[in-house]
Every structure is written in structure tokens, then in C-alpha cells.
Design a binder for this molecule. Structure first.
Ligand code: GLY
Length: 259
């Protein structure tokens, strides 16, 4: 299931987190602010029923709290990805031993291509891989070749221009249901699915996170929260103003799976 989870892995923000990558400078985030947002996030994962394990901070890797980008996990095993930003390339190696302890199978994505986990959307057996500034054709093809061993089939799609990651603009709400932006829906990649579109002006809320019968959404987007309430799930609005300054959202802060 795309939205049933029992476990999560997160990494504490490093003291260097204010140096995290960003496309547009909206001012430096504060370490204390990010630590508080991270703590609220972990508490929300636990309220949704997940057992959360927290890895120690890595000061040499400012973006390393965004653990979803260097790996892709399924109940059957994990794939170490190849993050596309040079400053993030070593994050995968830093996760290797932790994933090996927790998963029966660990596949290392072969080079030379790159894939960020933020560009990978799992919908049941179907995995959409979005080409972006971080995920290139060679990386997407290598990941597509690795996925059948996990019972998944890949489709290579395009992350909208100017959007960091595919999941910046969408989130699974079920195996055949997504929350997304009008611009991504217009590409046709979700045709045939149940599609909820975030109201105009609330595009950052598309990076929501459904976990069992809970949905986490960034605070400050009341019309999206109201839309999500209609699913019958418990909707929790979380502070993200500080992580948003380094182009991050709710999905990239954890790896989640069902054991
Ligand atoms: N700061 C998140 C990223 O750019 O990967």
C-alpha cells in the first residue's frame, strides 16, 4: 500500500543546516527553527502510528536531514540512490549501513546517472520517476531497471520546469489517488487516477504526507486542509516556514515503510 506505514527513519538537523541548498535566497533559516519543525514532524509521525528512529546529525552534510532524497524504501528492501546535487552525493553512503541493518535487500543504484528520492512517487505497484534538475535520464533508466526486483514498474515522467522535485508538486493519497497542483495535473501523468488539485495560491501544500489515516500538510494553507478533511482522515497542519527556506517540504524529512 502506498499510504500504510509502520516505521520511519529520520535524521536530526545538523548545526550546519542553514547552509542547505536553495534555489532562491529567502533569508537563512534558523537552526532552532528547523529543529522545532523537525520535532513537531517526528511527533506527528508517531501520532500517525509509526515507530520513528532518529539518526545522528551529519554536520558536513547540511541537507542530510532530508533522508528521502538519497534512498528509496519498500517493505521488501531499499535502493541507495545517487542524489543529483554534488553537495548531497555523499548522503547515500552515509545511509548505507543504517539501511543494511533494517532491510533484507539493499540495492545500490549504478552510475553514472543521478536520482533524488524527491522525484520518485510510488502509487501501489507503479513508480513515477520525474526528470528534473536533480534526476537525469541515465539515473531514471537505472532506477527503472532496478524496480522490477521489488515488484514495481516504472514510468519516467517530467517534473515541471522550475520545480525542484516531482513530489514538490504532488503526494499520494492512496494507491490510485493523488493530491497535486494544476500545473502537474495538466501534464496528464495522473490521468485515470482520483486527482485532488490544491486551490490556486496554495501550491506548496501539494507536498502533503498521507500516513495511514492521517494526512500532514504545511500550515498556512487552509483551503487545502479543508479539501483533505473531506477524505475522513485526521489532518494536521505542521510548521514548515524554516525548512521551506531551503526548498524542503514534508515528504523529504523521512523514509517510511511498513514492516
Ligand atoms: N535543500 C534541499 C535540496 O535542495 O535538496
Amino acid at each position: 500500500m502506498s499510504v500504510r506505514f509502520t516505521r520511519a527513519l529520520v535524521r536530526k538537523p545538523p548545526a550546519s543546516v542553514a547552509k542547505g541548498l536553495r534555489a532562491v535566497d529567502r533569508g537563512a533559516p534558523s537552526y532552532e527553527g528547523i529543529a522545532a519543525e523537525h520535532a513537531a514532524y517526528v511527533a506527528a509521525l508517531e501520532r500517525a502510528g509509526l515507530r520513528v528512529e532518529t539518526l545522528p546529525p551529519l554536520d558536513l552534510l547540511p541537507d542530510s536531514l532530508f533522508v528521502e532524497d538519497p534512498a528509496l524504501v519498500f517493505p521488501e528492501g531499499a535502493i541507495l540512490l545517487r542524489p543529483g546535487a554534488p553537495s548531497r552525493a555523499r548522503e547515500a553512503e552515509a545511509l548505507r549501513a543504517e539501511l543494511a541493518k533494517r532491510f533484507a535487500a539493499l540495492v545500490v543504484l549504478p552510475g553514472p546517472g543521478t536520482v533524488d528520492g524527491g522525484d520518485v512517487l510510488t502509487l501501489g505497484d507503479r513508480v513515477l520517476i520525474g526528470l528534473s534538475e536533480r534526476t537525469d535520464e541515465a539515473g531514471a533508466r537505472a532506477l527503472a531497471a532496478a524496480l522490477p526486483a521489488f515488484g514495481k514498474r516504472a514510468e519516467i515522467v517530467r517534473t515541471p520546469p522550475g520545480v525542484l522535485h516531482l513530489k514538490t508538486d504532488c503526494a499520494p493519497l492512496g494507491e490510485a489517488a493523488v493530491l497535486t497542483t494544476a500545473r502537474l495535473a495538466a501534464s496528464g501523468i495522473f490521468d485515470g487516477l482520483e486527482v485532488q488539485i490544491v486551490p490556486e495560491g496554495e501550491e506548496p501544500a501539494a507536498n502533503a504526507l498521507r500516513l495511514n489515516d492521517h494526512i500532514l500538510v504545511a500550515e498556512g494553507y487552509p483551503r487545502t486542509a479543508a479539501l483533505l478533511e473531506k477524505t475522513g482522515c485526521t489532518v494536521t497542519a505542521l510548521p514548515t516556514a524554516q525548512i521551506a527556506k531551503i526548498d524542503a517540504g514534508l515528504s523529504c524529512l523521512s523514509l517510511r515503510w511498513a514492516d
